[in-house]
Write a protein that binds this ligand. Structure first.
Ligand SMILES: C[S@@+](CC[C@H](N)C(=O)[O-])C[C@H]1O[C@@H](n2cnc3c(N)ncnc32)[C@H](O)[C@@H]1O
Length: 259
């Protein structure tokens, strides 16, 4: 597994993402989107691993709003994890949220140690989905569930000009794949009842709203948070919106069960 390097989520990038997606979130949709991908499943009392926890907003939602007994967040960026620890303290959840800096590659975690593996929009950074899902399977207890969302591609063809432009300017390292590759990797790992739910239209709605915020009433706040990089971030949002509109950038939910 390789891909994303440390320190790609700079302070100003995190500031821009929190402006559009809310305090604690480096991905869109917040609690509502998490509720959608937990739909029909009860995680109360469960031990959860969050792969690519970012700045910890999802973990607070999982523990406080959905009753997870414990969430262990892992990420490769130490400064983000520091923010997670501070957020857990502010929320009075330090006894139920723990954090660990990891290196890209196999998780430094024991076999069969979690009931749920959760991940929101982080696995895009990990190129080898087969190795990744084999490791997710390993750390899940029998009967456990893998619940995630990720930014996927429509297919495995070379990107068209709109998507290539976004990839060229976004400043993050991605290992993007299409839903069939995810399903194949999940099944090869041993998961059953594997499914994906397309969220392309949701992303288009979100990015349009974000773009009008950062070019309109939120412009000054974006400049406050990102300084000279404000126009760069604006360009990145428009490029992502175009990649989604042409149908190549297709986020989706993933669900799979360990027998
Ligand atoms: C788009 S952010 C999402 C953060 C969080 N899940 C959220 O929804 O707010 C992606 C996160 O994945 C992390 N990441 C990238 N590669 C990783 C890896 N190999 N293992 C764990 N985390 C990784 C990044 O540092 C970043 O915090």
């Amino acid at each position: 597994m390789s891909g994303h390097e440390e320190n790609e989520y700079t302070d100003s990038f995190v500031g821009a993402l929190e402006l559009v997606w809310g305090d604690g979130f480096l991905s869109p949709g917040g609690k509502e989107e998490i509720a959608l991908f937990l739909e029909g499943l009860d995680i109360s009392g469960k031990e959860v691993l969050d792969v690519g926890c970012g700045i910890g907003g999802c973990d607070v939602v999982l523990a406080r709003d959905f009753g997870a007994a414990h969430v262990h967040g892992i990420d490769i960026e130490q400064p983000l994890l520091q923010r997670c620890v501070e957020r857990a303290e502010r929320e009075g959840l330090s006894d139920r949220l723990s954090y660990e800096k990891v290196n890209p590659g196999p998780f430094p975690l024991p076999d069969e140690s979690f009931d749920v593996v959760f991940s929101k929009d982080a696995m895009i950074h990990i190129e080898d989905k087969h190795a990744l899902f084999a490791d997710v399977f390993r750390v899940l207890r029998p009967g456990g569930v893998f619940l995630a969302s990720d930014w996927m591609r429509r297919d495995e063809e070379p990107p068209g000009p709109e998507t290539q432009h976004w990839l060229d300017i976004v400043g993050l390292t991605f290992g993007m794949h299409s839903p069939p590759v995810y399903i194949d990797a999940l099944e090869a790992a041993g998961f059953v009842d594997c499914s994906t739910l397309d969220r392309n239209e949701f992303l288009i709605r979100v990015l349009r709203a974000d773009y009008s915020l950062i070019t309109g009433e939120g412009r000054e706040e974006l400049i406050d948070r990102t300084g000279e990089e404000a126009q760069h971030f604006t360009d990145v949002w428009l490029a992502a919106l175009r990649a989604a509109e042409v149908g190549e950038l297709r986020p989706g939910h993933l669900r799979a069960f360990k027998p």
